[in-house]
Design a protein. Structure first.
Length: 449
């Protein structure tokens, strides 16, 4: 009954209760918006989109990130990925342009400026993606024999609606971050993934029933898949929570009659300090080719666009893996700063045994982070491309997306991050946490979207 008691404690804390209710309300608004169809789109058009998304694994993945809004031709069809793409560009500019670096060092005011630039860039990306999505919608509807006519002004005002829908999602995410539980943008993605999970699980179960197409192995194979999925989930949790502890000794200080310091503590350096952000970053980049191709209009053509539209193909997964490794190092460099850690230790009379304070300590911490980030990034990349291997063993495309990959890591990372915030509220009000040891490690060291 410990779980029931914990739920009572959560409901007792007024602030936590309000945050949870606000989160649920905003999520409900988001889910309802996913079913609001664009003006002028007929059921025949939706059937054409549905037939198209069943043919392309990348389209299913894009549909998953939008919580099904993409295939529903919803006002939220473009989802939150344009905002994430814009955020990536702004962060990269922060590493190469002195003006952006200056804003990063200005604290809250600089962060607000960068957020504003991110919003402007998001609108620009949406104005490019909107017409591409609508042209593809018209093309696929025409292929299915539906009567779909879109003139210039129709495309223009529907693009405005799509852009406004994605910006509204971004606003919902920011409100969840400010007044709800967890990181809002990540939570929006989480909700979209969870919305697709029951259908994928049911489809896989029915496809394994005797007499069904692709029923090799029967229900025994379905049970084996669930066991393997559980094992991969445990591995993802260990990846998100794994740490390397660095011992720190604090020097003794005597002030008046009191003694300060003298004890040994540990700095927990995360094996995967970037959390799930490299996955989201890399996936946003991988969506660019199909956006340039008109959301799949040219997917049957040979060459570059066809290679990067096949989520089970070699080149797609190879580039995806390399991007994840690269973004893991990039995001770790952004969130974990050995120089600041070394300065904080020096100011507090702390030092790492056997290492001189200052630059030597910063170099030592940086070398440790480099060593533990490499295996962490490789394992992160392997887990991300597991769905492609799952397809080789006859697992359906819908269910394979949850067999590791983007879906699983985001689910694990965001859930742990949300549970950590609930845990902190419970401990602050002197209640028992969600776990017996009262410790749930979050998914990132620094801030995320």
């Amino acid at each position: 009954m410990r779980f029931v008691e914990t739920l009572k404690n959560i409901w007792t804390i007024e602030e936590l209760r309000k945050r949870i209710l606000v989160t649920l309300l905003l999520v409900l608004v988001y889910r309802l918006g996913c079913y609001v169809v664009l003006p002028g789109i007929s059921p025949e058009d939706l059937d054409a989109i549905s037939k198209f998304t069943n043919k392309s694994g990348l389209m299913q993945l894009l549909d998953m990130f939008s919580g099904g809004a993409f295939s529903q031709a919803s006002i939220f069809a473009l989802g939150i990925m344009p905002y994430i793409t814009a955020s990536i560009v702004i962060q990269l500019l922060g590493m190469v342009l002195p003006s952006f670096q200056k804003m990063q060092r200005e604290g809250e005011s600089g962060r607000q400026k960068l957020n504003q630039y991110t919003r402007y860039l998001t609108v620009l990306i949406l104005l490019l993606q909107g017409p591409a999505y609508l042209v593809n919608l018209h093309y696929q509807a025409a292929q299915a024999g539906a009567d779909s006519t879109m003139g210039f002004w129709t495309v223009a005002y529907l693009t405005v609606i799509l852009a406004a829908g994605s910006m509204f999602i971004m606003w919902l995410g920011e409100r969840i971050t400010d007044r709800g539980i967890g990181n809002g943008i990540s939570f929006i993605i989480l909700v979209g993934i969870i919305a697709r999970l029951p259908g994928a699980l049911f489809y896989e179960f029915t496809s394994r029933l005797p007499g069904s197409t692709g029923s090799q192995g029967g229900l025994v194979m379905f049970v084996v898949e669930l066991i393997l999925l559980f094992a991969v989930t445990v591995g993802a949790v260990l990846l998100v929570q794994g740490t390397r502890k660095v011992p720190v000794q604090y020097a003794k200080r005597i002030v008046g009659n009191r003694q300060y310091g003298g004890q040994r503590q540990y700095i927990p350096l995360k094996v995967n300090a970037a959390g799930v952000m490299p996955i989201i970053f890399a996936q946003a980049i991988m969506f660019i080719p199909i956006t340039l191709a008109g959301f799949g209009q040219n997917e049957n053509s040979n060459g570059f666009f066809s290679a990067f539209s096949d989520v089970n193909g070699f080149w797609y997964n190879f580039v995806y893996f390399i991007l994840i490794v690269a973004f893991t190092y990039f995001y770790t460099a952004v969130t974990v700063r050995p120089t600041e850690m070394a300065e904080n230790l020096k100011r507090n009379n702390g030092f790492i045994p056997g290492v001189k304070p200052g630059k030597k300590t910063a170099d030592y911490l940086d070398s440790i982070m480099s060593r533990i980030t490499l295996p962490g990034s490789i394992f992160l990349g392997i887990v991300a491309i597991l769905p492609a291997f799952a397809r080789f063993f006859g697992i359906s495309q819908n269910f394979a997306q949850f067999f590791g990959g983007t879906s699983l890591l985001i689910l694990v990372g965001v859930v742990l991050d949300t549970l950590q915030q609930i845990e902190s509220h419970l401990m602050m009000h002197h209640y028992d946490g969600l776990m017996k040891n009262g410790k749930i490690k979050g998914r990132t060291t620094g801030s995320a979207y």
